[in-house]
Ligand binder design. Structure first.
Ligand SMILES: *Cc1c(COP(=O)(O)O)cnc(C)c1O
Length: 422
């Protein structure tokens, strides 16, 4: 007897964010095409969360596949210390053109967490290289910046980080800015200003926290204040970058520019792992020295993978296409119409949207928690109806690939509406 993929998987694989005991619902996917994923039993799922927020143009996109395939036959990998290659140069040139003017240099890694690690190391060493004693870090409450130790340290503390709590470095957490608290936040920052090395934040949308949103004008004010206090700013656009917010980058909504920016997820259109940390010349120059020890001693085996850089070049080409930009606008418009229609439903506590990202927070009796059972009911409910939606606790959200059709969006809205009357 042949064992099924599911059985073989259970024997050997350990899945992320998964209590493996009782994890019988893991679905083998054998093929992807556009918005759809197909399992080994022939079921089709609309990927309404872009496979953990990475897929921009749909699965197995033929253009990206062709470009990567060509690159694979040309140069698959080369050490990036002492060597370089065209995809890494072209990608850096293309990306920097789209970012705030002060972003001048690109440092490559291979995922979001490491892009954050590099950003933190840049800030801490920036001050060390300048002989300044500034090592405290400022971050938002409910932040999520990744799962490596530095990234965990600047993220919200919770059940995920509990076993490691004593090993994480101290961070000053502040609330996201609102009309009411902005003055108070500035006062709080002022108390620590002389010791703070940097402020790291997810601009506009705190994804993992449950798609929590704040206003660009308030963030701009806060950034402006940090600037005036000499606090370096790390803008983590790993989730919101590449069109999710309705504009290419969250930076396009803000009047102040960060010193450092982090990218991953949608960078390659979600096809290959790649991370990028960009920075201003001010940062770069603090490392540029006759003294070897002032260099940034950081690197990964797969730094600037030519394959991943090529995927990113192809994806960004597709992204800047007029049709893709029109799809982004269209998704934004459709989300907004839908939310207006359902926002007063009795089961709904709050609805919110930033561009193509929308979230519906359901009311629940107990405290909001990741382990709330709404998730356990809602997740299979959608799967049975051919939709991959993975609620964050009691928060149902959509982060669709831009290629999603109006018909599929309407179908998702319809199923959500039905779920609300359960
Ligand atoms: C996903 C995410 C990260 C971490 O990226 P990984 O590639 O999963 O390590 C960091 N910051 C934000 C805002 C994210 O959403």
């Amino acid at each position: 007897m042949h064992s099924t993929l599911k059985e073989r998987d259970k024997n050997v694989n350990w899945h992320p964010y998964t209590q493996m005991k009782g994890a019988s619902d893991i679905i083998p996917i054998i093929r992807g095409e556009g918005t759809y994923l197909y399992d080994d039993l022939g079921n089709r799922y609309i990927d309404a969360v872009s496979s953990w927020w990475v897929t921009l143009h749909g699965h197995a996109h033929p253009y990206i596949a062709a470009r990567v395939s060509k690159q694979l036959n040309t140069l698959e990998q080369v050490i990036f210390a002492g060597f370089t290659h065209e995809p890494a140069i072209q990608l850096a040139e293309n990306l920097l053109k789209l970012l705030p003017n002060n972003q001048q240099k690109v440092f490559y890694t291979d995922n979001g967490s490491t892009a954050v690690e590099v950003a933190l190391k840049m800030c801490i060493q920036y001050h060390a290289n300048k002989g300044q004693k500034k090592s405290k870090i400022l971050a938002f409450r409910n932040a999520y910046h990744g799962d490596t130790f530095g990234a965990m340290s600047v993220s919200a503390r919770g059940v995920w980080t509990e076993p490691f709590g004593h090993l994480l470095f101290d961070v000053i957490f502040i609330d996201v800015p609102t009309n009411k608290n902005i003055e108070f936040l500035c006062q709080e920052i002022d108390k620590h200003a002389t010791e703070v090395a940097c402020f790291i934040y997810e601009p506009l949308v705190q994804g993992a926290a449950g798609m929590l949103m704040h206003k660009p004008e308030h963030l701009s004010t806060l950034m402006n204040y940090c600037r005036s206090k000499g606090i370096l700013m790390i803008q983590d656009e790993i989730f919101v970058g590449f069109g999710r917010t309705g504009k290419l980058f969250a930076a396009d909504y803000l009047s102040e520019s960060p010193d450092i920016m982090c990218f991953s997820k949608g960078l390659t259109g979600g096809t290959m792992p790649l991370g990028i940390t960009t920075c201003s010349n001010t940062i770069y120059e603090a490392f540029y020295s006759d003294e070897k020890q002032r260099a940034l001693f950081h690197g990964h085996s797969f730094t600037a993978s030519p394959l991943a850089c090529t995927a990113a070049l192809a994806s960004m080409e597709l992204l800047l296409n007029k049709e893709t930009l029109a799809r982004i606008t269209n998704i934004t418009r459709k989300h907004s119409i839908f939310l207006t229609k359902i926002k007063n439903e009795p089961k709904i506590k709050h609805v919110r949207q930033t561009g193509t990202i929308m979230a519906i927070e359901l009311k629940q009796r107990e405290e909001t928690s990741y382990f709330s059972n709404i998730n356990e009911i809602v997740y299979p409910y959608f799967l049975q109806r051919g939709i991959l939606i993975r609620p964050l606790g009691n928060i149902i959200y959509l982060v669709p690939p831009y290629c999603i059709s109006d018909a599929d969006l309407d179908y998702i809205y319809e199923v959500i509406t039905d779920a609300l009357s359960l």
